[in-house]
Design a binder for this molecule. Sequence first.
Ligand SMILES: NC(=O)c1ccc[n+]([C@@H]2O[C@H](COP(=O)([O-])OP(=O)(O)OC[C@H]3O[C@@H](n4cnc5c(N)ncnc54)[C@H](OP(=O)(O)O)[C@@H]3O)[C@@H](O)[C@H]2O)c1
Ligand SMILES: *[C@@H]1O[C@H](CO)[C@@H](O)[C@H](O)[C@H]1NC(C)=O
Ligand SMILES: *[C@@H]1O[C@H](CO)[C@@H](O)[C@H](O)[C@H]1NC(C)=O
Length: 317
Amino acid sequence: MSIICSVFFWTGFLAVVPYLVLVLYGAYGCKEQDLKKKYNAKWALVTGGSSGIGAAIVRKLASQGLNVVVVALDDSFMASFKEAIVTEFPQVSFRFVGCNLSEAQGTTYMAAIREQTDDIDVQVVCNNAGFITTGAFADIPLERNMANYNTNVTACLQISHHFLNRLLDRQLKGLVTFTSSSAGFIPNPMSSLYASTKIFLTTFAASLAAEYAEDGIDVLVIHPSPINSNFYSNAGKMSALLSAQKLSSSPSVIADTICCNAGKVIVADQGIITVVMKIITTKLLDWNVFTEIMKLALRYTGDYKAMKVRRQANKQD
Ligand SMILES: NC(=O)c1ccc[n+]([C@@H]2O[C@H](COP(=O)([O-])OP(=O)(O)OC[C@H]3O[C@@H](n4cnc5c(N)ncnc54)[C@H](OP(=O)(O)O)[C@@H]3O)[C@@H](O)[C@H]2O)c1
Ligand SMILES: *[C@@H]1O[C@H](CO)[C@@H](O)[C@H](O)[C@H]1NC(C)=O
Ligand SMILES: *[C@@H]1O[C@H](CO)[C@@H](O)[C@H](O)[C@H]1NC(C)=O
């Protein structure tokens, strides 16, 4: 009996304590770093840089004296951000690439990005663009699911592949970051692509981090706790998301996390909500068990019931 108890104790201890040590180190042990100096860099590139978390990252990097290539949809956010940022940082150079990262092949946006970057060394690359689609998978038009997938996954692969090769060929140090989400820790019915693309990014980043450590290229993946941005206005009225928004903090927190954690940790679980969620969903409860609970519970949620009603109504027209 006492052997069984101590096996349970040590399993729990080994699962949680080293994790908390890493979290505390990331949150309090890492001081802010000047990324321009750290990587001896002149240029950075941020996707989804025109609003929310991306815009905060652009501001942070610019405040450290890095010139920034801003990649985002060529829309009103981009236009007003462009106007604001060049007046805020007159001493820094900016380039703007207005493009749609949802494109399947990536040829159009990669050509646009290369046109603005082939003559410079981009050493800090922040993969951050994304949007969320809510609703049951089969109810969302396939085209929209694919567009979401391409923005969240395909574009990150295209962009990282291109700039990693540039850095390796020129033997430059650098940083590649990915904005992932704690949503990736658990099954996410009613936004199924969200969790699955995010966990893709996390696992992908973790693998790259090992591949390029020797080359002086750091890889960092951030799991933000809820951040107040346009993300929520684009997300529709999903009740789970609306309650997350009430607890949200400023996008600059993520920019600060990048500057503190670059090269120090690979996975940055930012904020108490992410940390508690990770402990509950990956350490206290087994993933398979969590999945079974999710399956039993989903049918009682308002989002699910509303979906059923809509689907029934659509069938009748
Ligand atoms: N907010 C949160 O609480 C939270 C929590 C966990 C993870 N995250 C992650 O953080 C990242 C940034 O989210 P955010 O909260 O900053 O959202 P946001 O304010 O909506 O910003 C998204 C950015 O991505 C750009 N974008 C969207 N679709 C695009 C496309 N097809 N092609 C090119 N650019 C596109 C947007 O451009 P436009 O402005 O021109 O539309 C915008 O600049 C996302 O990956 C999200 O999953 C957010
Ligand atoms: C981006 O491209 C996707 C897929 O080609 C399309 O569905 C979407 O409407 C486009 N978005 C914008 C803002 O042009
Ligand atoms: C795609 O990624 C973006 C940011 O990286 C995120 O905001 C969005 O929710 C993701 N969408 C899906 C369907 O995974």
